[in-house]
Design a protein around this ligand. Structure first.
Ligand code: ADP
Ligand code: MG
Ligand code: MG
Length: 474
């Protein structure tokens, strides 16, 4: 890679490096690649550049194309799962006994099912995440890490990062490489699905409600979507669970109102972690789920994104059940699966425990959590499994083969942190957008990709903090 020599030159010339970094940060600010600061997360008086890599990461064209090509099938799969109560019930039965958070979500699901689902329009905005496994035979293999079905991010403020990366490459003389960075159109496409759902709801004065967090550090990235919607004359309202609890109500037709405004679509940008919920927030979630408003996602689609469901999908014969006459689709999806293992009570789960304890460095232990930083690696797997292996608590987890990505050298530009050459690895995220109306998929699209990069230390431990990146397609 030509960038290797460039990195060495920059290391030998700190003045040049710092001026390049300054240029990159300025260009980022010019193009709206901005975050609110940790000191003032609820104010836009002071903002900073969103963290990003100085250089784009080389990504093999074939794996990126493979990830893009399978996405509409993942959209269909998630949607099919969300419409299959027997599957959800069976897949999550043990997990709901072992994990309180999944149980609370499932409780809402059950209540909505019993009452009879009012809304047959669904809008799904998901992101299927992958790492590229470096196999022993030297080949690269695309492996899905997880699929997120609620509050997916990674797009929005970072959309113009290709401009910055092209500039950085040109600036160090890598003109040909700069041509291998593609622009993305992801925010308009993700927003278009919300707009479509709003249109199908069919009330011109109704709003799209963004359900947002209390501490709004990522507000600017939501604004990127809001802007797209307002441009289409679709009114947007930002409210917290607490606001919905205090001021939300349903009319006789179960239409959702807040502050006198009818809500056509609830777009959750929050509500995916246990600590997002107090008692009243659970009540607010239930109110919205029961309502006629279109949900992005609805509770069943939220549950379809759990790690337990991911593990069940990898069992023999399960994908075939969802795509009975489409063996190629099954094959395409399955090719992205890493080894996934049940920790259910019984001989199969016992075998998983033994396998993990014998070779903890080969696996990742995952609870039913989102938002990063919840998984266990290496000796922590042993510690946790020793504690829970003999009873139902173990069913709260799944076990997964550990992916070993190739590492690269790069500079991560993060406010307040020293500038140093770091070993990094990337995760490819493919954005999916769909809208279903009754039984008909009226929109099913790949809405683009995102690349997110983290540092990785000598022991192979990947940092929690992610920075924005771009694929340099090779
Ligand atoms: P979350 O929903 O919290 O994002 P993930 O399954 O994406 O959970 O895991 C969080 C992070 O842990 C990933 O971004 C990746 O860095 C690491 N990780 C997860 N699964 C694996 C795996 N199978 N192999 C290697 N690293 C993994
Ligand atoms: Mg996730
Ligand atoms: Mg993840």
């Amino acid at each position: 890679m030509a960038t290797k020599a460039v990195l060495q030159q920059l290391m030998a010339n700190p003045d040049r490096l710092h001026s390049l970094v300054d240029e990159a940060k300025d260009l980022a600010l010019l193009h709206g690649i901005v975050f609110r600061t940790h000191e003032t997360p609820n104010s836009s008086e002071a903002v900073t550049y969103a963290p990003f890599t100085l250089f784009p990461s080389p990504v093999p064209k074939a794996v990126l194309l493979q990830a893009l090509a399978v996405q509409t099938h993942f959209n269909t799969l998630v949607d099919k799962i969300s419409r299959d109560p027997d599957f959800l019930e069976e897949a999550l039965a043990g997990t709901t006994r072992a994990d309180d958070f999944t149980a609370r979500l499932f409780d809402i699901y059950r209540k909505v099912q019993q009452e009879g689902q009012t809304q047959s329009i669904v809008v799904g905005l998901n992101r299927s995440d992958y790492m590229v496994d470096q196999r022993e035979d030297g080949m690269s293999s695309l492996k899905q890490i997880e699929i997120n079905t609620i509050a997916v991010g990674g797009f929005g403020v970072s959309d113009h990062l290709p401009v910055v990366h092209r500039h950085v490459l040109k600036s160090v003389g890598l003109l040909e490489e700069s041509k291998c960075i593609q622009d993305t159109n992801r925010t308009p496409r993700m927003s278009a699905a919300l707009a479509k759902a709003w249109e199908l709801y069919g009330r011109q004065k109704a709003v799209i409600l963004f359900l947002v967090e209390d501490v709004q550090i990522s507000k600017l990235t939501h604004r990127a979507v809001e802007k797209e919607l307002w441009n289409r004359n679709i009114p947007v309202l930002r409210r917290r669970f607490e606001d919905v609890f205090r001021k939300g109500s349903l009319d006789g037709d179960k239409r959702l109102f807040i502050d006198g405004l009818e809500v056509a679509v609830v777009y959750y940008r929050y509500g995916y972690m246990p600590d997002h919920y107090t008692g009243q927030n659970w009540d607010a979630r239930l109110l919205m789920e029961r309502s006629l408003a279109v949900k992005c996602p609805d509770i069943s689609t939220h549950l379809a994104g759990t790690k337990k469901v991911q593990q069940v999908l990898a069992r023999p014969g399960v994908l075939e059940k969802f795509f009975p006459d489409q063996p190629q689709v099954v094959e395409q999806i399955r090719a992205t699966f890493a080894g996934l293992y049940t920790l259910d009570m019984g001989p199969e789960g016992d075998q998983t425990v033994a396998m993990a304890l014998a070779n903890p460095d080969e696996f990742v232990l995952k609870p039913q959590r989102e938002g990063g930083g919840n998984n266990y690696f290496g000796e922590d797997i042993v510690r946790v499994l020793q504690e829970v292996k003999s009873d139902e608590r173990r069913v709260a987890y799944i076990l997964m083969d550990k992916i070993r990505p190739r590492t690269q050298q790069n500079f991560l530009l993060r406010r307040g942190l020293p500038l140093e050459l770091t070993s990094v690895c990337y995760e490819i995220g493919v954005l999916g957008a769909y809208v279903r109306c009754g039984r008909e998929m009226v929109l099913n699209e790949v809405a683009g990709h995102v690349l997110r990069t983290k540092s990785i230390n000598d022991s192979g431990i990947i940092d929690r903090v992610t920075v924005f990146d771009n694929p340099l397609i090779i």
